[in-house]
Write a protein that binds this ligand. Sequence first.
Ligand code: ARG
Length: 466
Amino acid sequence: MNEKLWQGRFDQPTNKHVEEYTASIQVDKRLYRYDIEGSVAHCRMLAECGIISHEEASRIVEGLGEILREIERGQFAFDLSQEDIHMAIEQRLIQKIGEVGGKLHTARSRNDQVCLDMRLYLRDILHQVRELLNEVRKVLVDAADGNLDVVMPGYTHLQHAQPVLLSHHLMAYHEMFCRDDERFRDCLRRTEVLPLGSAALAGTTFPIDMEWTARYLGFPRVTGNSIDAVSDRDYLIEFNAASAILMMHISRMAEELILWSTTEFAFIEMSDAFCTGSSIMPQKKNPDVPELMRGKTARVFGNLMSLLALTKSLPLAYNRDLQEDKAPVFDTADTVIGTLRLLARLIPQITFKRERMERMAGEGFTLATDLADFLVRKGVPFRKAHHVVGQIVQHCIQHRKDLSDCGIDELRSFHKAFDQDVFLLLDMKSAINQRISTGGTAVSRVREAIGRARREMGHEATARKE
Ligand code: ARG
């Protein structure tokens, strides 16, 4: 019963520890759906090409359908002795429909089979990730749109730099997520390539039609070299790399959400539903969700390193090492999907404290650059203007006042070019609305960016559905 499918050339049974050590079924059983999908396609192609009869194909496909239902109902007994999901399903097929089940593995090997399974799986994951990423982008754009008039301090070195629109800051993340989406879309192109038929490494002697199988599974292309096909894991590495970059972006946003909820910043309030309490300090409301987003980024980085290390210096073609590719991909996919799902729900629940943000935007001489720009417009070289305003700032610090508290005579004592018009400039809203360069923080530019984002999202949604 538990005889291995490859037992033919062996006299002795496998050592128990070896079985345990080499089995991957506990990890790869989640590929069952893709394994069956690939097998059905393969089987139909074999019949189409006259390699097995249509009658045999129907019996096999029917058997596979029953196995799919058994697994989904939890009636399938997974066992270490079956080694991996491919053999578990094939063994069960033969058990169910008899010898004819043994014809399924004609013109293929587990080496190309496992690649197909992973490509089918990843295609599915990429669609899910892109869908969720689109949801995050949408709630982000909604938040930017709904807070178009909120001013906050813009930072460099985490020091107050210049006032910006909160919307502009939020839309910065939207830009990152657009690039992330492009990377996933690009990864999809190299994922939807059919390797089945490459067999163990050299191709097969049977007159198969790989293009037929590709069309059946909705893959636009087939692999061009059988040796590469069974040893290539680039598509998985690309997915893990794109995910690592995405999580890096999310970790930056998470970090800001954590900072902004502190008493020191007090820029936002996160909904109770997304925070947790302390078991000892009754007053605590902790931002555990963004903290974990920041923390889980680490494992996604680790998973990328695992795949790179796994494939480094590996001789062609298939090596058993490659079996270790699954856990880092599954873990990354689970983490990214879980994170995006939560992020899409968390963002709409953030309350932005406008007054606090606006008040802080004016602190720290954030309009100093505008003062310098004023002098430049009067013909003063920028370097000179920078120096003059530096002295005014020092004067204000010494006298504990703000730039806007200075009288015109006070300003003129630093440079004659100052006149009454300068006070029109020493205003947060005007400072913001003058920054109309492409990609700048002026309301008009941010409104444009929001409109562009909405149009792009619409187009992508249609493209994904096609
Ligand atoms: N479980 C294996 C893997 O995931 C399938 C391919 C095994 N091929 C072999 N010749 N042992 O890589």
